[in-house]
Ligand binder design. Structure first.
Ligand code: ZN
Length: 431
């Protein structure tokens, strides 16, 4: 089906921060066929024309999430990390069932869609239940199957084999993709990390792991091997291929050089890093070295929202504070980190920008709001989008050209029923 969307402006989601005023986006069979000024548009032909009163922007890409943890949102607030894990998180996760994961992911996916997030990278238990959840809401997910050495879980080799098997059986519409998610170098033995990386390279899968989130986590490895975690991963042949490292807060120059050399991408999670006092990642230095960077919310137990557009603003704020410079991260770059840059970071050039040939994942932001005035020149659309706190103004969302949010409400699932179910399951898990 062909559709023509017209908007007051289009924000492309590229690094330059291109804004096209009085714009047209043509959608054909789930892909973007044409984007540009209405004055230059090809004839609409038999396309259905939809006139939108606001901005069209790309669906946001959340590069690091454990979204089913909406079940634990806000629990243990204010506790130090160790007590929070031992007393609050682990007992709850020990009671978690696959049904809990599916219900929670469905609710979280609805929440993300309503905030303009159309794709998320979900490292969490029961990967096929996460896939079922996004199939219900109409969103996309890249699902690095978690590899964690927990009691009650199958051996890590079996977890890997199961994920590779899942990866071979996905629909070709790009809605679901599986990868491997070995938790981190301090929790998963190096030979298994090496094997996971090998499998990912062999099958073109995303390898996703946590790196250098906290200052102390690599200390034992440094003592045992005399190498930082990035250097250790390089030495054990874990880098190369589609590798996405979450956090990367405590990285020295040599670590960043390795990331550039092996083209390792970073999932930067400013809200989580701030909430847990993990530290300030060197985003400017990463971008200057040509490292691919995308934004992530991290799990809703450590954010606690799934509002990636809010985190775009925070990323810009923290980068500027870190560098003591108001030019350290521009509004255009910050928005790109959640759109085109994020798609690059997860190795999905079919997503993240409003450009011909990419998948038609579109977000309509209603600009008839005080938060969107004044607009003097075209760049102001992007400025307000980043700085004015406007995710509540997301009105409509399409994924692959299919409507998934209409007039502010998710279309595929019953958000009210989900809310009740999340509350009830969270109470049971709290014990
Ligand atoms: Zn994480």
């Amino acid at each position: 089906m062909r559709q023509r969307l017209t908007a007051r402006a289009v924000v492309v989601g590229d690094r330059a921060g291109t804004v096209v005023p009085d714009a047209v986006v043509d959608v054909d069979d789930g892909r973007i066929a044409w984007v540009g000024p209405a004055a230059d548009a090809p004839p609409a032909g038999d396309a259905e024309v939809v006139a939108l009163p606001g901005l069209l922007v790309p669906g946001l890409v959340n590069t690091h999430s454990h979204a089913p943890m909406v079940l634990f949102r806000g629990q243990g607030e204010g506790l130090p990390l160790e007590r929070w894990l031992r007393e609050v998180m682990w007992p709850r996760e020990a009671r978690l069932t696959p049904d809990d994961v599916e219900v929670a992911m469905t609710a979280a996916s609805a929440e993300m869609l309503r905030g303009g997030v159309t794709t998320s990278v979900e490292m969490y238990f029961s990967p096929e239940r996460i896939a079922a959840a996004v199939t219900a809401t109409g969103a996309r997910a890249v699902i690095p199957a978690p590899m964690v050495p927990l009691r009650g879980m199958p051996p890590l080799e079996e977890q890997m084999a199961a994920a590779v098997d899942l990866a071979s059986r996905v629909p070709d519409d790009g809605s679901v993709e599986y990868g491997l998610g070995p938790h981190a170098a301090y929790t998963v033995p190096l030979p298994l990390l090496r094997r996971a990386a090998e499998l990912c390279r062999e099958h073109g899968m995303l390898l996703h792991l946590h790196v250098a989130e906290t200052a102390g986590e690599g200390a034992d490895l440094l003592a045992a091997h005399g190498l930082s975690v990035p250097a250790l991963l390089a030495a054990h042949d874990v880098l190369g291929g589609r590798v996405l490292a979450a956090h990367c807060v405590h990285m020295d120059d040599g670590d960043l050089e390795l990331w550039a050399e092996y083209d390792v991408a970073v999932a930067h999670c400013p809200a989580s890093n701030a909430k847990l006092a993990s530290g300030l990642a060197r985003v400017r230095d990463m971008l200057d070295r040509g490292i691919r960077v995308g934004l992530g919310t991290d799990g809703p137990a450590s954010n606690d929202g799934l509002d990636l557009l809010a985190d775009v603003r925070l990323a810009a704020q923290l980068a500027r504070l870190r560098e003591a410079s108001a030019t350290a991260l521009t509004a255009a770059e910050a928005f790109w980190l959640a759109t085109g840059g994020a798609a690059d970071a997860i190795g999905r050039p079919d997503l993240g920008q409003l450009a011909a040939g990419r998948r038609a994942d579109l977000v309509h932001v209603d600009t008839r709001d005080l938060g969107f005035e004044p607009v003097g020149d075209d760049a102001d659309w992007l400025t307000h989008l980043v700085w004015s706190g406007v995710s509540r103004l997301v009105r409509d969302v399409w994924v692959g050209g299919r409507p998934v949010v209409a007039d502010g409400a998710v279309t595929g699932v019953d958000a009210e029923a989900l809310r009740a179910e999340v509350a009830q399951r969270a109470a049971r898990l709290a014990g």
